[in-house]
Design a protein around this ligand. Structure first.
Ligand code: GTP
Ligand code: MG
Length: 201
């Protein structure tokens, strides 16, 4: 499950332009500031994998990173920016939906959810949309090292609340989930192992 090598392959403006070699891939999705770049850097054990210079809300591209010359990690535009207009949101959704609905080599979406805040509607909506479209997801809770979140709840309490809402709404079996911290490295090995297991199914 070790990551030995990572190379940036390309940025694509449309699902159609993504690499066509059918290697298995994992999409990394979540709100801006949820810790996407940090998670990728933590998995790769490098400070910069060319992802950290992105400005919040500015990423409009699908970025493919080839890992160990055998599978892809895909960085997607974040959602839920406070300053994003409704029109821009619609753009995001048609663009990203095109990717999700047409990408046969997609093994799973890693849906990043900030464990330091209470459940957010936009994350639940996103999970439900993916579920309705039969796209497999794994919840990756980020920032689990934070001792206290905004409303005074601990990360494990926020995660429990989120899981409860998912159980109520989700039409399939509740997806697997992993608690992580890119500060302490919590969940790193578990997530890598999980991804290697999914690739081999
Ligand atoms: P965009 O690029 O804007 O979409 O954000 P992002 O999802 O890539 O988030 P990024 O990795 O840039 O992290 C956002 C902020 O959260 C940074 O200040 C990070 O240092 C912090 N952060 C990310 N992961 C963790 C974590 O596991 N624990 C803590 N305490 N902070 C984190
Ligand atoms: Mg980022």
């Amino acid at each position: 499950a070790k990551i030995k090598q990572v190379e940036f392959v390309k940025s694509s403006g449309r699902a159609k332009d993504c690499p066509k070699d059918h290697r298995p891939e994992f999409a990394i999705l979540g709100r801006s500031n949820v810790g996407k770049s940090s998670l990728i850097n933590s998995l790769v054990r490098k400070k910069e994998v060319a992802l950290t210079s992105k400005k919040p809300g500015k990423t409009q591209l699908i970025n493919h990173f080839l890992v160990n010359k055998s599978w892809y990690m895909v960085d997607l535009p974040g959602y839920g920016f406070a300053k994003t207009s409704e029109a821009a949101r619609m753009d995001w959704s048609s663009f990203t939906k095109g990717y999700f609905l047409n990408r046969n080599s997609l093994v799973a979406v890693l849906l990043l959810v900030d464990a330091s805040v209470p459940p957010q509607k936009i994350d639940l909506d996103c999970a439900n949309w993916l579920g309705r479209n039969n796209i497999p997801i794994t919840f990756v809770f980020t920032k689990c090292d934070k001792t206290k979140g905004s409303k005074g709840k601990r990360p494990d309490e926020n995660v429990r609340d989120f899981q409860e809402l998912i159980r109520q709404n989700y039409r399939q079996h509740p997806p697997p989930w992993i608690m992580t911290s890119s500060v302490t490295g919590l969940g790193r090995d578990e997530l890598l192992l999980h991804m290697s297991q999914l690739r081999n199914y």
